[in-house]
Design a protein around this ligand. Structure first.
Ligand SMILES: [Zn+2]
Ligand SMILES: [Zn+2]
Length: 307
């Protein structure tokens, strides 16, 4: 399972749509609920766009979205500017020459080639990126060989990059290409490596003016302490595609889903980082008040334009 809380998102939007439908006389304008699928593979927003979303439905003047996150249940976090990082995944196939393990001189060992590559890739963040630029380079898969005494003929590395700036993103992706090719050459690889893009999430950036409008509406409606100024997160989202492709401002925020008592206890013990996050098999947002808070947040935010 992806375990990201997307069932909560569907529930929130159904709830908000039902409330807007029931109180049709209390607001003006057009409310368009967009049930975006496949955020987990960065394909859903683009698939809706490719399917004619922009031709089949009226162009909105603004786009709103929200996601459940670790944090006290029902507490909203919102910020102007960058919200979630750009995400890029690559598959790298490195070629060697297989041989029997007893005769390494006959091989070009892709296990050593890949291992050296993995270590060298770790220096991108520590040596090539400014300390003030936040970047993640995670190698989530390294696959090669099947037998203890056989040198295989290729290795596969799968990695994921998160960045908050287009220029930094270009620089990190270029460094990956450079290092992978150089390590293959250093090993005497018989063929250059193949680098295949797997997915791409754009930066999600909140329009400052619209974020202020949503924040003001939240603070008028929710009790003090329920609306926090958020930080940029290294999570990634394809929600940003809608605003970018429609050419309209968008705002995206987070709704806490962690049991408030458990969160407070973890915070007191300095163990917030140990709380199950999105994608953990133990991530399970509490229903109350997460469910109500998400419905209310959508309605309150949309009403900042529709009332
Ligand atoms: Zn997720
Ligand atoms: Zn998600």
């Amino acid at each position: 399972m992806h375990a990201c809380g997307h069932d909560m998102h569907v529930t929130w939007l159904i709830g908000a749509a039902a409330l807007f439908a029931r109180a049709r006389n209390a607001w003006r304008g057009t409310f368009m609920p967009v049930f975006q699928p496949a955020e987990e593979t960065a394909e859903g927003a683009q698939a809706m766009i490719d399917d004619g979303l922009f031709q089949r439905f009226p162009k909105p003047t603004f786009v709103l979205g929200q996601h459940v996150m670790v944090g006290p249940s029902g507490v909203l976090s919102l910020r102007p500017g960058v919200v979630t990082s750009a995400g890029d995944s690559r598959q790298i196939r490195m070629f060697g020459r297989g041989a029997h393990g007893s005769m390494p001189q006959a091989s070009i060992d892709p296990v050593v080639m890949a291992a050296a590559t993995v270590l060298r890739l770790q220096t991108i963040v520590s040596r090539e990126v400014a300390p003030t630029d936040a970047v993640v380079v995670t190698i989530g898969a390294l696959q090669t060989g099947a037998k203890e005494n056989v040198i295989p003929d290729q290795a596969i590395i799968k990695l994921n990059v998160r960045t908050f700036d287009e220029g930094v993103r270009d620089r990190v992706l270029a460094a990956i290409t450079r290092i992978v090719h150089a390590e293959a050459a250093a090993s005497g690889a018989p063929r250059p490596p193949e680098i295949t893009p797997l997915d791409h999430y754009p930066l999600v950036k909140n329009d400052p003016e619209s974020a202020q409008r949503v924040g003001d509406a939240f603070r008028r409606y929710f009790p003090a302490g329920r609306v926090l100024a958020g930080q940029p997160t290294t999570a990634s989202e394809d929600f940003g595609s809608f605003g970018a492709e429609w050419g309209v401002p968008s705002v995206f925020w987070f709704v806490g889903g962690t049991d408030p008592a458990a969160y407070a206890a973890a915070k007191a013990a300095g163990g917030v980082a140990d709380r199950p996050t999105n994608h953990s098999p133990h991530f399970a947002p509490v229903v109350r008040p997460t469910r109500e808070a998400g419905v209310e947040a959508l309605v309150v935010a949309a009403q900042a334009w529709l009332s």
